[in-house]
Design a protein around this ligand. Structure first.
Ligand code: HXC
Length: 257
């Protein structure tokens, strides 16, 4: 489907969202964020979709929140409208989301990528939180998720200096799972998304929920949660099928139940 500033399509079991505001390097306007949210919600409801990719263009994944839209916002505007609140809707999606990043992922663009579950980068990708240069600070999880991804010293450097990370630096720091040639980005992301989508959607969702719980819980609580989720898999058809298929040396057929 063609929206104003993005397109969505289904490639087999993978839902693809492509940001498309080339004139502003995919700056994330309110409208574009709404479109992304609608697209991922539709993919969440679509039983044929097992995983989702969000990508941009070769030049930019997204160069940040839309500065032109934010420039004149006052504090009462921001507070009354709970500015940026809708961005977090993405984190409520239970299917895995891969950010396939070529070019700039700056400010809100970097934060959008970090709200996804896996980041794959093209060799020329650039990650950063340059808000400090604009007299503001990251407002969509940058100060919280970056430190968890790359540690305090590097996170502080990015947030306080506005310095960027190259794709290779981002991979070394643990922000990015994999760096691939620019032109192979979507192919590689799709391969990974297809692999995820080929498993039981039920088990995949449980795995994602368990990993994400580590953001919120202490180690002891997290391990307890993991163990209970693990126990839960034994109440599913797909655990019986998966283990039985291994024993019988055949390919499992998942039923998502
Ligand atoms: C609005 C933007 C934009 C943005 C680029 N553009 N980034 N418009 N919001 N975030 C527009 C430019 O104004 C310009 O429009 C066109 O896109 C092309 O950009 P150029 O600057 O001419 O391109 P280039 O010289 O290649 O430089 C690329 C760039 C630079 C290094 C990425 O555009 C840049 O620094 N952008 C801002 C990055 C940034 O500060 N991001 C954080 C935003 S604040 P015209 O009309 O002039 O041709 C943020 C807050 C987060 O994200 C809060 C939580 C979400």
């Amino acid at each position: 489907k063609q929206f104003c500033t993005s397109t969505t399509e289904k490639k087999g079991r993978v839902g693809l969202v492509t940001l498309n505001r080339p004139k502003s390097l995919n700056a994330l306007s309110d409208g574009l964020i709404s479109e992304i949210n609608s697209a991922v919600k539709l993919f969440q409801e679509d039983k044929d979709v097992g995983s989702i990719i969000i990508t941009g263009s070769e030049k930019a994944f997204a160069a940040g929140a839309d500065i032109k839209e934010m420039e004149k916002v006052t504090l009462p505007d921001a507070y009354n409208n709970d500015l940026l609140a809708q961005w977090h809707d993405l984190t409520k999606i239970r299917k895995p989301i891969i950010a396939a990043v070529n070019g700039y992922a700056l400010g809100g663009g970097c934060e959008l990528a970090m709200m996804c579950d896996i980041i794959i980068a093209g060799e020329k990708a650039v990650f950063g939180q340059p808000e400090i240069k604009l007299g503001t600070i990251p407002g969509c999880g940058g100060t919280q998720r970056l430190i968890r991804a790359i540690g305090k010293s590097k996170a502080m450097e990015l947030v306080l200096t506005g310095n960027n990370l190259t794709a290779v630096e981002a991979e070394k720091a643990g922000l990015v799972s994999k760096v691939v040639p620019v032109e192979e980005l979507l192919t590689e992301a799709t391969k990974m998304a297809e692999k995820i989508a080929s498993y039981s959607q039920l088990t995949v969702a449980m795995a994602k929920e368990a990993v994400n719980a580590s953001y919120e819980l202490t180690l002891q609580e997290g391990i307890r949660f993991e163990r209970r989720m693990f126990h839960s898999t034994f109440g599913t058809h797909d655990q019986k099928e998966g283990m039985n298929a291994f024993v019988e040396k055949r390919t499992p057929t998942w039923h998502n139940k």
